[in-house]
Design a protein around this ligand. Structure first.
Ligand SMILES: C[S@@+](CC[C@H](N)C(=O)[O-])C[C@H]1O[C@@H](n2cnc3c(N)ncnc32)[C@H](O)[C@@H]1O
Length: 252
């Protein structure tokens, strides 16, 4: 799939999704992902949120930033491909409305050495160019800045359900973007699996080092906050984490 095509499909898809009944299903802080047993209140990946400047890539309607702002973040900024999502986020934060950009995170916005944290909570797998995204984040962060990412665990991507059995239905190595549908309205999005080595090597290539990687235990439930999905299934999470979390820091 061409990069432009990925961006277009996701822009249209996420604009529609904000009006559909589909919830994000635990992809906003303090939650790092569906079915997670622990959340930010337990994991404490943000060591120093007080007075921090935070940029959220793929912010959605800004729920994660609201959580961080309530805990003392000084400035919140956002980049999201969807104007509808940004509209909601701006309404949440009228004070910071000029900090919200409708743009793909693969495109650089002229801000340098500014942020203490850049976060991407369940958005990184929608990008058309992972390396360009890391390159941009390196510029956005100040010297001691951190990049925190959560996304579907790449092994979870390979699992499927066949009757009562959990089966391996996809190759771990397959990283191309593919069309999936979300929610009762079957809205199309282009998303991809990112192998653990791809994430870490792309970070290293762009002058980051890995500070923390978490493959957390999950809770055994049939739904995520009342939302039942074919993809998020408790049977799959019995032997495999649903989510993977990375914290990267800059080489200085
Ligand atoms: C599951 S939502 C993330 C929820 C959000 N992180 C939160 O905390 O509420 C994924 C978001 O990524 C955005 N997105 C998808 N592709 C993107 C891209 N290439 N650049 C920027 N945002 C993108 C979508 O518009 C959507 O708002």
């Amino acid at each position: 799939m061409e990069k432009e095509e990925i961006i277009n499909i996701n822009k249209i898809g996420w604009n529609k999704l904000i009006n559909s009944k589909k919830q994000f299903a635990n992809t906003s802080l303090p939650e790092y992902g569906p079915f997670f047993k622990r959340n930010q209140n337990d994991i404490k990946l943000f060591e120093n949120i007080k007075d921090a400047k935070v940029l959220d890539l793929g912010c959605g309607a800004g729920q994660s930033l609201e959580y961080l702002y309530q805990r003392g973040a000084k400035e919140v900024w956002e980049i999201d491909i969807s104007e509808e999502q940004i509209l909601k986020a701006r309404n949440r934060f009228p004070k910071f409305r000029d900090n919200f950009y409708v743009s793909p995170m693969e495109s650089y916005i002229e801000i340098k050495n500014y942020f203490d944290y850049v976060i991407s909570i369940f958005s990184i797998g929608y990008v058309s160019d992972l390396s360009k995204t890391f390159e941009n984040v390196y510029k956005y962060l100040n010297t001691y800045g951190e990049f925190i990412i959560s996304w579907t665990h790449p092994f979870y991507f390979c699992l499927d359900i066949d009757g009562n059995n959990v089966i391996l239905n996809k190759s771990y190595f397959k990283e191309d973007s593919e069309i999936i549908t979300k929610g009762p309205d079957k809205i199309e999005l282009a998303q991809k699996n990112v192998m653990i080595s791809t994430m870490i090597n792309t970070a290293i290539k762009n002058n980051f080092y890995l500070d923390t990687i978490l493959e957390e235990e999950t809770v055994m439930k049939d739904d995520v906050n009342g939302y039942k999905s074919n993809f998020w299934r408790k049977e799959k999470t019995q032997n495999c984490p649903s989510t993977i979390i990375f914290k990267f820091k800059k080489y200085i």
